[in-house]
Design a protein around this ligand. Structure first.
Ligand SMILES: NC(=O)c1ccc[n+]([C@@H]2O[C@H](COP(=O)([O-])OP(=O)(O)OC[C@H]3O[C@@H](n4cnc5c(N)ncnc54)[C@H](OP(=O)(O)O)[C@@H]3O)[C@@H](O)[C@H]2O)c1
Length: 347
């Protein structure tokens, strides 16, 4: 079941038409009205949970894309990424924005898929953490697939050739970014006997015992057998991984990008795979998404691509609803929201 993140085209066939136009006359002032851009099955499950936890709340379906003409009674927006699949919202908000919204909860972790004006109104909180464990598992699956030559080792006839498989234990995992995904992954990797080294934006020491801090990005790349990109896409991080950084990669390195395609200069990546010391790349994200037909990354023998799916699990909807309901209680109680977005920082 696809819930959100695999970015949807604006007003796709799956976009939910507005069910009804609400006016202030038919919405009691005491009622909390939530406008949700999520799909119908997600919204129905949330309605059932709201009936238990917040019987005074009502949820309406609104189309995804730029939130327009929201009913005056709506004080909360549950929003999906806007700038996806080639769509780019304009620099100016729709007339009336931000309507009477007092809080926006988005269902993504990153802030890169929204226009600036989206953050100029009420506070915006993110779904950071909702998919960190599934993404960490995806990364571990990619590491094992690379080291154990999956799926190539499975035999289909009597011609058995033996391949020496590389142990994961004792190798070094490099993490560019040590937030919710990075720390989840570090714990799981250490349990498998991997050493972990990281580089983050701030000088904050990693809160997972035994994790080393790299001096700089070149040190990080030179130390890692598997290098995972787990940092946000911001103006500062666009093409942070360029030819110079890739030239520092440990020979045979496996690069795994589960963050955003824009962090990586894809031409430099192809060059490093063809002529440099980079061993392999597993990419869950690219720029653009999807890549155009015939793009070299589809057919390169040292690349595996997945369609921005590492975060999407059978439990995604439940995880997002849990974050939303927790923040809803905070909103009602006038307590600080969790995962508040900081647009100036970019995450
Ligand atoms: N594939 C998917 O579907 C998917 C799903 C979820 C998230 N993501 C992407 O993954 C990113 C990370 O997610 P998260 O939940 O771990 O985010 P997070 O908890 O906000 O952590 C972000 C981390 O990146 C670090 N960082 C920021 N700028 C950096 C820089 N220039 N160099 C090195 N590190 C830097 C931050 O450093 P500090 O700790 O010092 O602040 C922090 O450790 C998100 O921003 C999103 O774009 C992708």
């Amino acid at each position: 079941m696809l819930i959100f993140s695999a970015p949807l085209p604006l007003f796709s066939a799956r976009a939910v038409p507005r069910l009804q136009a609400l006016s202030e006359e038919n919405t009691p002032m005491s009622e909390l009205l939530i406008a949700s851009q999520m799909d119908a099955s997600f919204n129905q499950a949330l309605r059932e949970q709201l009936a238990q936890s917040h019987p005074g709340a009502r949820l309406i379906d609104v189309p995804n894309g730029v939130p327009s003409d929201l009913p005056p009674a709506a004080s909360v927006l549950l929003g999906r990424p806007i700038n996806v699949r080639g769509y780019q919202a304009g620099d100016t908000p729709p007339p009336g924005w931000p309507y009477n919204l007092r809080w926006i909860q988005v269902v993504s972790s990153g802030l890169d898929a929204y226009p600036d004006w989206f953050f100029a109104g009420p506070p915006v909180s993110t779904a950071r953490g909702s998919a960190s464990d599934p993404i960490a598992e995806y990364v571990l699956a990619a590491i094992f697939a690379y080291n154990k030559h999956l799926p190539d080792i499975w035999v289909q006839d009597a011609d058995w050739q033996f391949t020496a498989l590389t142990p994961v234990q004792g190798q070094t995992l490099g993490l560019l970014g040590f937030g919710s995904i990075g720390s989840s992954l570090a714990r799981k990797a250490q349990a498998l006997g991997l050493k972990v080294i990281t580089l983050r934006q701030s000088a904050t020491p990693p809160d997972v015992e035994g994790v080393q801090t790299a001096r700089d990005i070149h040190h990080l790349f030179s130390a890692a057998d598997h290098l995972v990109v787990a940092a946000p896409l911001t103006p500062q991080t666009r093409h942070l991984i360029n030819a110079k950084v890739l030239a520092s990669a440990k020979p045979g390195q496996h690069l795994i990008n589960i963050a955003r395609g824009g962090l990586l200069d894809q031409d430099a990546l192809l060059d490093a795979l063809d002529h440099g010391s980079l061993g392999f790349a597993t990419l869950d994200v690219t720029e653009p998404e999807p890549l155009p037909a015939g793009h070299r990354l589809y057919s390169h023998p040292k690349v595996r691509l997945s369609p921005h799916t590492s975060a999407i699990s059978t439990q995604t909807g439940e995880a997002i609803r849990a974050i939303f309901l927790d923040n809803l209680q905070r909103f009602v109680d006038q307590q600080p929201l969790v995962n508040l977005a900081d647009r100036s920082r970019g995450y």
